[in-house]
Design a protein around this ligand. Structure first.
Ligand code: BGC
Length: 479
């Protein structure tokens, strides 16, 4: 038995959460629909972060020559907006509920992308990138939260990871849209197309129920019972309600996150959030065509390699969804991080021996290594980070704690994104990828030592288990 494994029981164990074996097809269908609607938020996250690389090439058609600082603002203000959005979303979601906060997020998306698409000035466009960022940050946190609270334990890993699948599909669709619209140079349409999934998200959320866990915590038990009846077998409903009710009550204030009993679990989320970014994923997602072009590739082969990389990301995320509730979170994380390390090391050595110019075998090796790296992220750290931060926090501080992890993720994304080109100048591509490899090795060691397994557990059960210090001590014999 793995040291950090939380035990999964298929039968109801008094005081240890609920069984989930008898989830019917209708229940599964309902919860898949809930996850699919919410995951439109993930699609928008992926699309809006991805689409800008193509749109950037054509802004001069409307606004004349644009300096690199303004271009950086167009790209990175979304990331700053996302930090702020993540900060606000958790508080609002804990206060007014998950569903109204998702509806507000959808409205901000619609307003932001339409105003960006029709923007008469560069200044307004830059401001709207910040506004879109608010919605992206909010969605990146709310979607996993909303799905995890609605899903039965056995399906939770796969359903929450729908969100990451939607993110990767959003990025892939953005690269295809950029490619398809490059001929017409229509940057407005590139931005504006996001209004379609944003409108679908709004309409879909109008028909969704509020999160049952939030309802229970607010004392609206009858409403919660009605919602739970759609996703849980009758026998499991009361134990689930009792389970959520029995958890320690706190007001969910920010300083609660600093309580010694929570510190370790908060740190796991924050450190994984930073590691997801500082191991370089978005330098590859945002800059792969640039990297390959600088290393001697033609424009179209660089763009093609980029689309290939997007497909690998989607494909391996699908594999993760199939595996995550069977093999668990830790094996995917650890295996994926080892793969990322290997891919990064090969890229670094390749750049080192080629002196920065990739030709023939060197070029082939680089593309294979980048694909391998992205695929390894897709099967592990990509989906599992978002899944774990929706699972490991106590319900009363879940929104706030997820905010903290999500803000850290966007903040680290911002720092890596703005420093990457400078890193390339100063320590070159080989040094930069060696640095990412070192951080990936740290990620492996950290995960082995500190990250808990949550497969198959109900959320209240995870909460109780994680209150136990031993969860975090490797070598403990918790069963
Ligand atoms: C990360 C994003 C990244 C995406 C790539 C997400 O899990 O948070 O920063 O762009 O994965 O698939």
């Amino acid at each position: 038995m793995s040291t950090n494994r939380l035990e999964h029981d298929t039968a109801t164990v008094p005081g240890k959460g609920i069984a989930s074996g008898a989830v019917t097809k209708a229940m599964s269908r309902h919860v898949v629909l809930v996850a699919a609607v919410a995951a439109l938020g993930g699609l928008l996250f992926g699309y809006d972060t991805g689409v800008v690389s193509g749109a950037l090439l054509f802004l001069h058609r409307s606004f004349g020559a644009i300096g690199s600082f303004d271009k950086e603002l167009v790209v990175s203000l979304l990331l700053v907006g996302a930090v702020v959005g993540a900060l606000g979303a958790g508080r609002i979601a804990d206060k007014v509920g998950r569903r109204p906060t998702m509806l507000i997020t959808a409205v901000v998306f619609i307003v932001g992308v339409l105003a960006a698409a029709f923007s008469p000035s560069l200044e307004l466009l830059i401001a709207m990138r910040f506004v879109i960022g608010l919605a992206v940050g909010s969605a990146s946190e709310l979607v996993p939260l909303f799905i995890s609270e609605a899903a039965p334990p056995k399906l939770r890993g796969a359903l929450v990871s729908f969100n990451q699948l939607a993110v990767t599909i959003g990025i892939l669709v953005a690269s295809l849209v950029d490619y398809a619209l490059a001929g017409s140079e229509d940057w407005r349409l590139m931005f504006g197309l996001a209004a379609i999934p944003a409108a679908l998200l709004f309409v879909g959320m109008v028909f969704q129920d509020e999160s049952p866990h939030w309802l229970i915590r607010k004392g609206r038990v009858e409403d919660a019972r009605r919602v739970l009846a759609k996703v849980l077998p009758t026998d499991d409903i009361e134990p689930e309600i009792n389970d959520v009710q029995s958890l320690t009550v706190s007001k969910g204030r920010l300083h609660d996150l600093l309580k010694p009993s929570l510190r370790k679990v908060i740190l796991v989320g924050v450190i994984l959030a930073a590691l997801q970014q500082v191991t370089g994923i978005n330098t590859v997602i945002y800059y792969l065509p640039t990297l390959l072009k600088d290393a001697g590739f033609g424009s179209s082969s660089s763009l093609l390699a980029n689309v290939g990389n997007g497909i690998v990301n989607v494909a391996l995320t699908i594999v993760a969804i199939r595996l995550v509730d069977h093999v668990g979170r830790r094996p995917l994380l650890i295996g994926g991080m080892c793969g990322m390390t290997l891919g990064l090391l090969v890229v670094a050595v390749d750049f080192l021996v080629s002196g920065g110019h990739l030709h023939g075998t060197g070029a082939t090796v680089a593309v294979i290594a980048f694909f391998f790296y992205t695929g390894s992220f897709g099967i592990g750290l990509g989906p599992v980070f978002w899944l774990l931060i929706s699972e490991i926090y106590p319900v009363d501080v879940r929104g706030q704690a997820m905010s903290l992890a999500t803000m850290t993720n966007w903040g680290a994304n911002f720092i890596v994104t703005i420093s990457f080109l400078t890193l390339l100048d100063v320590i070159h591509a080989s040094g930069t990828f060696f640095l990412f490899s070192a951080l990936a090795i740290f990620a492996v060691v950290y995960t082995i030592m500190r990250v808990p397994e949550t497969r198959g557990e109900s959320l209240p059960q995870i909460e109780r288990d994680l209150e136990d210090e031993r969860q975090f001590k490797p070598g403990s014999d918790r069963k």
